[in-house]
Structures are given as structure tokens and as C-alpha cells.
Design a binder for this molecule. Structure first.
Ligand code: ADP
Ligand code: MG
Length: 357
């Protein structure tokens, strides 16, 4: 039944990697308990046949347990042939200064985030409401360490009903509009099918440092999305601040889930490796036909190793003046420094093409 359903999806949805790499013989070789687990992992791709990946891990060890299947999907998505080795390197000396491209970029909106998951909780798709609340409580303890430190300060804000840190609906909406907080995930069919948005809004919240540059999302697609954001021109600044912040957070006694093969474990196999997405908001009025379409730009950015999103994030359209979100597509088999360079060089190329258009 399941096999037939997936084979049908494969015929009509060629990009669905869950369906493309599903092997009935492999599935049949698993124990009933393992089959049940795997079914949960791929349910999102079955319920949403237009998925690109079509799977979310439910436990950090899923990537090892179901490697014969998931590895094929991961290599296909990340375009990896031969040996797979994730190396971390944040670089040191090279400066990536947007003012060298054009002085008008001096006040650009820069953001870099990593997805991280704790080794001792199920991944968000498999968390119970009790797990979500226990996880948030654990993070409140971690954030109190940051709040007390002069380098960070700030506060934790919660969406959990009756939490002492709870914010109002209006405050929440304002944070979303300011690009600081994540949207209501229960509206996302891919996350809902995987159970990732279950129990919304329990156990969800965010920490923000006093200077607003460090933000940590609690309870979105990964346990944690740790990000630094600021307006400026030196990309190195947001990377350096993120690295320092990650160390400070880990020092509070957290152990992040890692895989020997795939680096940092994330819910979605598309984010494995660095878990990193570094983005820049850039105005491209000509290439977006005054902000009316992203279609042509999607093809163009692909050739530069970049992805384009609307100015409101994933699944949004270009903003006023053709404002878009550009980020390197690579997450796995790439270092943090290479991501920074890819973003910088991609912007150099895109600005040139925009000006020539
Ligand atoms: P991610 O999956 O990397 O967290 P999303 O596409 O879901 O990113 O976007 C999350 C939020 O971050 C959105 O509000 C988006 O507009 C905001 N954002 C992303 N990049 C930037 C940037 N460079 N400057 C300002 N806001 C940004
Ligand atoms: Mg997202």
C-alpha cells in the first residue's frame, strides 16, 4: 500500500527525493518497528507530493539507522559524489566588505543562522508537548546565563500560554514583522505533516540580546536556530559574533547532536552539515522586474550557488524596490568560511548583472 503510493508519487513528482530514492526491497528488509519509524520520517513527502526533500528526521540517530536510504537523498540534494566529509572552518583573516563592491551597500541587512539540536531530546517532529515544555525550561536556564553576562544581556520571550515570559499576540506579530521571530508554523503543511508544528505555540519562544544582534529561536524546525543579525557592510562581523555566541551557549552545558558523516544534525536533511544559512537583503529592481517576480532570478542565482527568497523569508515574494534575500545554497561539504565567501562573490556577480541589465 505504502509502496504503491510512493511509486505513484514518483511518476508525477520527479523532484520529490523521498519518492525518487524509495526502494521497496530496502523497506521490506526492515523490522515492523523500523518501518513504522521510517514511515513517520517520510510522511511529509507522502502527504505533500510537491516536496523537494520529502523527509524530516525524528531522532538524531535516524541518519545512521536509515543511512542506506537517507544517504542517497542527501547526496542527491547536496550534489555530493565520492567521499563525504564535513569540516568546520570559520576562517580568520580575509575581509568580506560589501563597501568594496559599492559604497551604497554600507548599511545592508546581514543575517547568519545555524540550526542546532540537543542530543538528549527527540527532534521537533517527534517531541511530545511535555518534551517541548521541558526543552523550553532547559533553554530558559541557558538564557539566564547569557542575560547575566555583560556581553549579551537581553531577555527571553515566550509564546507558551501562562509562561512567566509570555508575550502578547501584538508583541509577537511585531517581532515577526521586524524579521526577528518565526511565523506561525501550524500554517505550514510540510512542517505540520511531520509533526514539527504540533502543540503550537507551546514551548516556542526566542531570546534576544541587549544589542539585538543575537537571536535564538526556540522550538521552530530545529530545537534551536541561533542567528546574528545587523545592518552594516562587513560580513565577517556577523560570522564572528555568531561563533562567539555559539561557544557561549555551548558553555552553558548543552550538547548539540552531531553525526560523524553529516556534521550537525538538523530536522531537514537539506540543512545538514553546517546547518548554516547566511543571507543578505539586496535590492535588485531590474532582475525582479520591480519586485514583481522571482522566476528569472531563481535560475540565475542557481548558477552562482545562491538561493533567492522574498524579503519576508521562505515562500514570500520580492519586496518594494525589488528587495530580495540571497544566500549560498550549500550547507554540507562546505565550511563556514566558504559560505561567507560564496555570499560575497555571489553579490559581486549579481550586482554586475543587475547593472548591465
Ligand atoms: P531561515 O529558514 O534561514 O530561518 P526564513 O526564510 O525562514 O529563514 O526567514 C526567517 C526570517 O528572517 C524572515 O523574517 C526573513 O525575512 C528574515 N531574514 C532572513 N535574512 C535576512 C536578512 N539578511 N536581513 C533581515 N532579515 C532577514
Ligand atoms: Mg525557515
Amino acid at each position: 500500500m505504502l509502496t504503491e503510493q510512493i511509486c505513484k508519487i514518483r511518476q508525477c513528482h520527479h523532484d520529490n527525493l523521498m519518492a525518487r530514492h524509495f526502494d521497496p526491497a530496502y523497506f521490506a528488509s526492515l523490522s515492523p518497528a523500523q518501518q513504522k519509524r521510517l514511515q513517520q520520517i517520510i510522511l511529509t513527502g507522502i502527504e505533500n507530493p510537491d516536496s523537494i526533500m520529502g523527509a524530516y528526521a525524528m531522532h538524531p540517530e535516524d541518519y545512521d539507522l536509515f543511512q542506506p536510504y537517507l544517504d542517497k537523498m542527501i547526496r542527491d540534494y547536496h550534489n555530493i559524489k565520492g567521499e563525504l566529509k564535513q569540516v568546520s572552518d570559520w576562517g580568520s583573516d580575509e575581509r568580506f566588505d560589501l563597501r568594496n563592491i559599492d559604497p551604497v551597500l554600507a548599511n545592508s541587512s546581514m543575517r547568519v543562522r545555524v540550526g542546532r539540536n540537543l542530543a538528549d531530546f527527540p527532534l521537533p517532529g517527534a517531541m511530545s508537548k511535555k518534551d517541548r515544555l521541558a526543552f523550553e525550561k532547559r533553554m530558559v536556564g541557558v538564557f539566564s546565563g547569557l542575560v547575566d553576562s555583560p556581553d549579551f544581556g537581553g531577555r527571553y520571550l515566550s509564546l507558551t500560554p501562562d509562561s512567566p515570559y509570555q508575550i502578547s499576540e501584538e508583541q509577537y506579530q511585531q517581532l515577526v514583522d521586524e524579521h526577528k521571530m518565526f511565523k506561525d508554523m501550524s500554517a505550514d503543511p510540510y512542517l505540520s505533516a511531520a509533526g514539527i508544528s504540533s502543540d503550537w505555540p507551546y514551548g516556542r519562544g526566542m531570546y534576544e540580546s541587549t544589542d539585538g544582534q543575537l537571536i535564538v529561536w526556540v522550538g521552530e524546525e530545529d530545537h534551536l536556530r541561533i542567528m546574528t543579525m545587523k545592518r552594516g557592510a562587513l560580513l565577517n562581523d556577523i560570522f564572528a559574533r555568531l561563533r562567539i555566541s555559539l561557544d557561549a551557549i555551548e558553555r552553558q552545558g548543552l550538547v548539540f547532536a552531531r553525526s560523524a558523516t553529516y556534521g550537525y544534525v538538523t530536522s531537514c536533511p537539506t540543512n545538514l552539515g553546517t546547518g548554516m544559512r547566511a543571507s543578505l537583503h539586496l535590492e535588485l529592481p531590474k532582475l525582479t522586474k520591480n519586485g514583481t517576480t522571482l522566476e528569472g532570478l531563481k535560475q540565475l542565482t542557481k548558477t552562482l550557488g545562491l538561493s533567492v527568497r522574498g524579503a519576508g523569508g521562505e515562500h514570500t515574494e520580492a519586496g518594494a524596490g525589488g528587495l530580495v534575500d540571497l544566500s549560498p545554497s550549500g550547507r554540507l561539504q562546505i565550511t563556514e568560511e566558504e559560505i561567507c565567501r560564496c555570499l560575497y562573490e555571489g553579490i559581486v556577480a549579481l550586482r554586475e548583472i543587475e547593472q548591465r541589465s
